[in-house]
Design a protein around this ligand. Structure first.
Ligand code: FES
Ligand code: FES
Length: 171
C-alpha cells in the first residue's frame, strides 16, 4: 500500500492503495465515478477511457501510480457549470447511443480529437476514433456528432471574434 494523490475533475483525493492498481478500479471503486466502464480490461476497446494530461488514455491498463498529480478528467467532469460540453450536446442532438456501454470512451476520445484538431475531415475523424469500439455500430452517428460539435465550435469562435470587449455603442 502507498499514499497516492489523484486530481480528478478538479478535486484532489488522498488515497492509501496499492500503487499498481489500475486507475479504472480506483475511479470506479474508490471514487465512485462510473463514467469509465470496464469492457475488455486489456486496453483494446476504449470503454474505460479518461483524459490525462490532455490525452485519451485507457485506464484499465494504467497503474494509478503513473498518473499521480496529473489532471484527470472523466465523463463526469466534462460539463461545466451545469452546461453540457459541446461534444455531449452533439451526442444528444444526433442521438448517438444505443446500449450506451461504449459511449464514455467515444465522447472523451472525440473531445481530445477536437481539442487537437477543431476541423477534422471525415478521414481524420475515422483515424482519430479508430480503436474505440462500438458493438452497436453507432459509428456513423458518432461521425455526425463530431462534425456537429466541430461546427458548433466554429460558430462559437466566430461569435467571440465578433464581440468587441469594451466597445461603446454610439447612439
Ligand atoms: S476496458 Fe479498457 S480498453 Fe477495454
Ligand atoms: S452503443 Fe452499444 S456498444 Fe456502443
Amino acid at each position: 500500500m502507498a499514499n497516492i494523490t489523484l486530481k480528478v475533475n478538479g478535486t484532489t483525493h488522498a488515497l492509501d492503495i496499492d500503487p499498481s492498481t489500475p486507475l479504472l478500479y480506483v475511479l470506479r471503486n474508490d471514487l465512485g465515478l462510473h463514467g469509465p466502464r470496464f469492457g475488455c480490461g486489456l486496453g483494446q476497446c476504449g470503454a474505460c477511457t479518461v483524459i490525462v494530461r490532455g490525452e485519451a488514455i485507457r485506464s484499465c491498463i494504467r497503474p494509478v501510480s503513473t498518473v499521480q498529480g496529473a489532471d484527470i478528467t472523466t465523463l463526469e467532469g466534462l460539463a461545466q457549470g451545469g452546461v453540457l460540453h459541446p461534444v455531449q450536446q452533439a451526442w444528444i442532438d444526433e442521438q448517438v447511443p444505443q446500449c450506451g456501454f461504449c459511449q464514455n470512451g467515444q465522447i472523451l476520445t472525440a473531445k481530445v480529437l477536437l481539442d487537437k484538431n477543431p476541423n477534422p475531415t471525415d478521414a481524420e475523424i475515422r483515424q482519430g476514433m479508430a480503436g474505440t469500439l462500438c458493438r452497436c455500430m453507432t459509428y456513423y452517428r458518432i461521425q455526425a456528432a463530431i462534425k456537429r460539435a466541430a461546427s458548433a465550435g466554429r460558430t462559437a469562435r466566430a461569435e467571440s471574434g465578433r464581440a468587441k470587449p469594451g466597445a461603446e455603442v454610439i447612439a
